[in-house]
Design a protein around this ligand. Structure first.
Ligand SMILES: Cc1cc2nc3c(=O)[nH]c(=O)nc-3n(C[C@H](O)[C@H](O)[C@H](O)COP(=O)(O)OP(=O)(O)OC[C@H]3O[C@@H](n4cnc5c(N)ncnc54)[C@H](O)[C@@H]3O)c2cc1C
Length: 473
């Protein structure tokens, strides 16, 4: 089956249908091997452990959490910043449920006051409640309405209605036939163009994700538009670490899975640990690793054609982050938050606005083509390039600079990409194929969920896999 036939030929399906997928039962107390100690794998493992199943988690890395990773080195004074998951929307009930369960403390993601900097076409403006953005100084080629309402209102103008409609679909019904029909087969760029958006406004709105399905983009936007965005005090990795502490006897670290096998009523996983190949047998596997990695794992017997195509075709976005530590939080002297909006495929964050001490960190969150450009540089050049750019956005960075760091998701050996980005047509084809169990092998991970690219999606998919096993037994 070719990719094109696959995209045309598989019937549309919702998560609810996939949930109904049957897996074989086991006559004894079932043993489950979970591949990957990211949030999806650990949510599944903890659920099954608590339900009395025997569980082993094989993790290739030396730490839990996968794409929830807080960087504390090489920063001074206990400063930290996120390499991966940064924001928790107030609508993400599962993520918040676990935050509460593990007694973790939340802080707002953005400071309540201060000016944000806009840096567009080489012109810098400070914007706060008293000083709105002066659109006459924004040298973008815009429609009269875009110029009149200002950049912060563009999302609402072009996407509010659609985003609400898409955001309302429950996880169980995702993606409903109605939203698939309306937004599933068009790219976000074409969707915005059809709404009358100018090319420059589209460029600013899509942050490099030009070919993403409008439906995927709008679902993501619905999370971003939650009433409140938070982060975990001390670092978001405290969440996976809390899971890992509950699973300390179940997780085997440094165990890189290289082969999965199903024979009759059993499954077998081979993994490399300390240079030795070892095996574990069980009744089920929950495969909770990104498809970028699954592509190079040997599977016997081969997966179904649909699954194989889903694994091979899934698109992963590129993200690179660059961190600059400064001697002081000098931007506060001008009354700025440290956050900035720029005309590149990049967000600028200040992760340290609520961290104590004089020093601060500014962070570049680069997407797609810009992320790949950054990835192609040496680590030292990434920092130097961003230092020059940031000095225009926040003049004074160079004078205050102490140490820099970068993190490129495409070069991480256990991830090889940032997160799944569904392309037009794929939410009715690749998503259901990705989620469907292959006999005794079940699949979890943000890519198999109603919230791709969010911790919520990872947790939901893990619980779904655990529920399927519990249901069958
Ligand atoms: C740049 C970035 C920004 C993000 N921003 C946000 C955000 O603001 N808010 C939010 O909620 N979410 C965000 N996310 C998404 C969130 O981090 C992910 O959805 C979630 O962490 C994915 O969990 P997972 O279990 O699906 O996969 P992973 O976290 O990737 O876990 C998979 C695990 O499997 C392991 N593994 C891989 N291969 C093997 C192998 N062969 N053998 C054994 N183990 C293996 C890996 O080491 C890893 O621990 C972001 C992600 C990124 C990358």
């Amino acid at each position: 089956m070719q990719r094109r036939e696959f995209l045309q030929g598989v019937a549309a399906s919702t998560l609810a249908l996939t949930l109904a997928a049957k897996i074989p039962a086991t006559p004894r107390r079932a043993k489950v091997l979970v591949v990957g100690a990211g949030l999806s794998g650990m949510a599944a493992a903890l659920e099954l452990k608590n339900a009395g199943f025997e569980v082993i988690v094989l993790e290739g890395d030396s730490r839990p959490g996968g794409r929830v990773h807080t960087l504390r080195e090489p920063f001074s004074d206990g400063l930290y910043a996120e390499a991966g998951a940064g924001r928790i929307p107030s609508t993400h009930d599962l993520t918040l449920k676990y935050v509460r369960q593990f007694n973790l403390q939340l802080a707002p993601f953005y400071p309540a006051s201060g000016a944000e900097v806009y840096y567009i076409k080489g012109k810098r403006q400070r914007v706060d409640a008293a000083h709105p953005l002066d659109m006459s100084k924004v040298a973008l080629s815009l429609t009269a309405a875009e110029r009149r309402i200002g950049i912060s209102k563009w999302e609402a103008k072009y996407m509010d209605g659609a985003q609400r409609e898409v955001g309302r679909v429950s996880s169980r019904d995702w993606p409903s036939q109605a939203v698939l029909k309306a937004y599933g087969s068009i790219s976000i760029q074409d969707f915005l163009r059809a709404q009358g958006a100018s090319d420059d406004a589209i460029e600013m709105l899509v942050s490099g994700y030009q070919s993403e399905a409008a439906l995927d983009f709008l679902r993501d936007l619905a999370s971003h538009q939650a009433p409140m965005l938070s982060k975990i005090v001390g670092g978001n990795d405290l969440l996976p670490r809390a899971f890992a502490a509950k699973l300390s006897e179940q997780i085997i670290y440094g165990a890189k899975v290289v082969r999965m096998e199903q024979t009759g009523e059993h499954v077998k996983v081979s993994f490399i640990q300390g240079g030795m190949t070892r095996t574990q047998e069980a009744d089920y596997i929950i495969c909770a690793i990104p498809f970028t990695i699954l592509r190079s794992i040997e599977v016997s017997p081969a997966f179904s054609e649909e699954k194989r195509l889903a694994i091979e075709s899934m698109t992963y976005g590129a993200v690179s982050r660059v961190f600059l530590q400064t001697h002081t939080k000098f931007w506060t002297k001008e009354g700025n938050t440290g956050f900035a909006t720029v005309d590149r495929a990049m967000e600028i964050w200040n992760p340290t606005w609520n961290q104590s001490g004089n020093r601060g960190l500014l962070m570049a969150y680069a997407y797609e083509h810009l992320a790949r450009e950054i990835a192609a540089q040496t680590p030292a050049d990434r920092v130097t390039t961003m230092l020059h750019y940031f000095d225009q956005v926040h003049p004074g960075v160079k004078d205050n600079f102490e140490v820099g760091a970068s993190w490129v998701w495409e070069e991480q050996p256990f991830t090889k990409g940032a997160y799944c980005v569904y392309q037009p047509g794929e939410l009715s084809t690749i998503l259901p194929a990705a989620m469907r169990p292959e006999k005794r092998i079940l699949f979890a991970g943000e890519h198999c969920s109603s919230h791709p690219a969010w911790m919520q999606g990872a947790l939901e998919s893990g619980l779904r896999a655990a529920e399927t096993i519990q249901h069958a037994n």
